[in-house]
Every structure is written in structure tokens, then in C-alpha cells.
Design a protein around this ligand. Structure first.
Ligand code: BMA
Length: 390
């Protein structure tokens, strides 16, 4: 007969085994559940996107429910009355903080120019992109690429240009060589751990206007869609670039049908947006226009599960209360990811200043600080906390 001692030892061991099994079971369950949570992460159009790009994509979707990020083109390169001063930014001069989104532009990279069409050296741009990213900001890049058929600028809407660069066209190889240069630039954008810096790439913007060779009546919807799909597929599948989110964007538009006329398909797009400049229209009219366009955009983004953004804007900066009295008023009614103010170019050759965000002393500066402080708006410090790449 078994002694009590050995009986207790055995049952003790059995109990231990049980506890171990239970632990393994619980650990397994935790792993199972957390992998389930991880797989709830949605994928952008590029199914091989890098971890940071997938995280950015998902975090942008989450963040837009809380507020809107403020962005500025060329913010760290120059502003009103200054150029390339380390750490300077017109937005920072006014608010003490940087924007949350940094816009950059690659026009003339395709022709091996050392500087872009707005004189920003590409080398400098790369290091400034890295600075913004390391602070936790979001990078978006546009491309006013020259007309590949005529060799003139992006604003040369020569007939047949898009057809000429599609597969089989006379300028197809030239266009591919331009994409190779773009790919090299993108591949040089790396963070301090060697990871690629995710970029919201915004090619062929203002696509419903007639001023660019890819826009409006200068090509058919079918040609445009083919150009878009070829471009994405070449960068992603041929060049193996996996740190881009793709932004489809029109100019002002008047209907959902107009907005979607050249939409290449959900599997080719991540962000949808439009550009809008108030110019001389009264605030009430601007509010009504932008309100309508944002509502349509949000509806489309909801249906297609895309990220809505105001990809470029310019307001009435002669009105000292424009930021809270007009812009914030309308933004408060919507849930969009970001707004990008265009560049503070400074004095144009004709003597007229060009700027779209305030600089120190500009008449809207005080109101811009109120806009900055609003709960609904996010600048650099807010997004750094959000850790958009994790
Ligand atoms: C326009 C103007 C131009 C500039 C172009 C591309 O809106 O700001 O001065 O060259 O954008 O950045």
C-alpha cells in the first residue's frame, strides 16, 4: 500500500503539473488574443508595407477621430524673410511649436537638378525630413514633375503627354528613369535605426484642374487611372519601395462624381484629399464651399475606408481672426486627418509676398496661437506623444 507521504508527493507533483499546464494555457490564450488584436491592424494599399508605415496608417485613422493635425509646406527650409536657419520655422516663431505634418516637394529631381523647383537643395531636404520624422512628425511629398513629352514644366499641358508615358508610349522609358530617381530619393530617407521613413506620397495632385499636364481635360479618366496604377506598381513591385502611403487628390470640386471620375481604385490609394485656396472669396462663401467638399470627402473616405485630408490650403490672412473665426469653425464640424498650409515663399519677383501661414508679427499671428491652443488641433508636441510609428 502506498504511504501517505508518497501519495502527497505524487498529488503535489500532479498539482504542479496542472498549474504549469494552466500557465501554458493562459500564456497561449494571451498570445492568441494579442495576435488577434495585432491582426486587427489594417493594411494600407501596399501589403508589404514596413512596420512603421502600417503603424502610421492605423494611427492616422485613430487620431482623426480626436482632432486634426496641422501641416506646413517647406516649414523647416525657409519662411518670411529667412532661409535655412537651423531649427527655425515660421510656425514655431509664432507658437513655440513645430507643425505636426511637414510637406516637401520633389519637382526637378527627375532632371538631376541639385535643387527643387522652389530652390530647396535635395540634400538639405533629406536631412530636414529626417529631423521632422525623428520628432514624431508626419512627412508628405508632392511632385511637380516636368512634362516628359515636351521637357517643359509641370504647367505645360501638352496634348498626349500621359499617353506618351504609359507602357508602349514614346516616353515610357524616360518616365521609368524618372521614377528610378524618385525611388533612389525615397530609399535615402532613413531614421536613426536604419528604418525607412514613411511618406505620404502625393503625385499628380489637383488632378481635376487643367493646369498640369496630368490634369483635367489633358488626359482621359482611363489614361489617368493607368498612369496612377503603373506608377504605384512600378515603385512598389519593381523598385520594392514599401514605405509609401499614396494620396489621391483633386482641387476644388463640385460633386462626388467629379471627385471620383479618375479614382484608380481602392487598392491603389490610402489617403484622399483636395486642395483649396480661398483667394478673394468672402469667408462665408469659403466656409460653405469647404464644408460641402469636406462632407463629401468624409463620406467617400468612410465608404472606402481611406484617410481624408485637406492636402493643401490657403486662407484669407488679411482677416486677423481667420484661423478661429473661419477655418477652425469649419474644421470643428469634420473629422479629417490633416490640413497642409502651402509654403511661405516670401517676396515673389513681382514684389508681392506669398505666404499661407502666419509669421511673427503677421496680422493673424495672435489668432493662430488661439487656433494652436484649441483642443481640436494637433501640432508637433501633440503628435510626438501619439507615437505614430509604433
Ligand atoms: C505654387 C507656388 C509656386 C511653387 C509651386 C510648387 O503654388 O507656391 O511658387 O513653385 O507651388 O511648389
Amino acid at each position: 500500500m502506498e504511504s501517505y507521504q508518497s501519495f502527497y508527493k505524487k498529488t503535489g507533483r500532479a498539482a504542479m503539473k496542472c498549474t504549469k499546464r494552466y500557465e501554458i494555457f493562459v500564456t497561449g490564450m494571451i498570445l492568441f488574443i494579442s495576435s488577434g488584436v495585432a491582426s486587427q491592424q489594417e493594411m494600407p494599399s501596399d501589403k508589404s508595407a514596413t512596420k512603421e508605415t502600417i503603424n502610421l496608417y492605423n494611427n492616422l485613422k485613430k487620431l482623426k477621430t480626436k482632432g486634426v493635425m496641422f501641416g506646413h509646406q517647406d516649414d523647416l527650409a525657409y519662411g518670411m524673410g529667412w532661409k535655412y536657419e537651423e531649427g527655425r520655422s515660421d510656425i514655431k516663431d509664432v507658437t513655440g511649436d513645430y507643425p505636426a505634418v511637414y510637406g516637401w516637394e520633389l519637382g526637378r529631381l527627375e532632371i538631376d537638378n541639385p535643387v527643387n523647383l522652389d530652390s530647396v537643395p535635395f540634400d538639405k531636404m533629406k536631412s530636414l525630413i529626417k529631423k521632422g520624422y525623428e520628432r514624431g512628425g508626419v512627412i508628405t511629398i508632392s511632385w511637380h514633375l516636368n512634362n516628359p513629352l515636351t521637357g517643359k514644366t509641370a504647367w505645360n499641358p501638352a496634348e498626349g503627354t500621359v499617353a506618351s508615358i504609359l507602357p508602349g508610349g514614346s516616353k515610357h522609358d524616360l518616365y521609368k528613369s524618372w521614377l528610378d530617381k524618385l525611388a533612389s530619393f525615397m530609399n535615402e530617407l532613413k531614421g536613426s535605426k536604419g528604418e525607412f521613413i514613411p511618406v505620404i506620397f502625393r503625385p499628380f495632385h489637383e488632378l481635376n484642374g487643367n493646369w498640369f499636364w496630368w490634369g483635367g481635360k489633358n488626359c482621359t479618366p482611363d489614361e489617368f487611372k493607368k498612369l496612377w496604377q503603373f506608377t504605384v506598381s512600378y515603385l512598389r513591385d519593381e523598385k520594392k519601395i514599401h514605405h509609401l502611403l499614396y494620396a489621391y487628390n483633386t482641387d476644388r470640386y463640385s460633386s462626388r462624381e467629379e471627385y471620383l471620375e479618375k479614382y484608380p481604385g481602392d487598392e491603389w490609394v490610402d489617403v484622399i484629399g483636395f486642395d483649396i485656396y480661398q483667394r478673394n472669396s468672402p469667408n462665408e462663401k469659403f466656409i460653405a464651399d469647404i464644408d460641402k467638399m469636406l462632407s463629401t470627402l468624409e463620406n467617400i473616405a468612410g465608404e472606402k475606408n481611406k484617410i481624408p485630408a485637406l492636402t493643401e490650403f490657403g486662407g484669407n490672412l488679411a482677416d486677423s481672426n481667420w484661423w478661429t473665426g473661419t477655418f477652425l469653425k469649419v474644421l470643428s464640424e469634420h473629422k479629417i486627418s490633416y490640413v497642409l498650409g502651402w509654403r511661405n515663399a516670401g517676396m515673389k519677383p513681382g514684389g508681392q509676398p506669398e505666404y499661407y501661414v502666419p509669421y511673427k508679427g503677421q496680422v493673424t499671428a495672435a489668432d493662430f496661437v488661439r487656433f494652436y491652443k484649441a483642443d481640436k488641433t494637433f501640432f508637433q508636441k501633440d503628435v510626438s506623444k501619439e507615437k505614430l510609428y509604433q
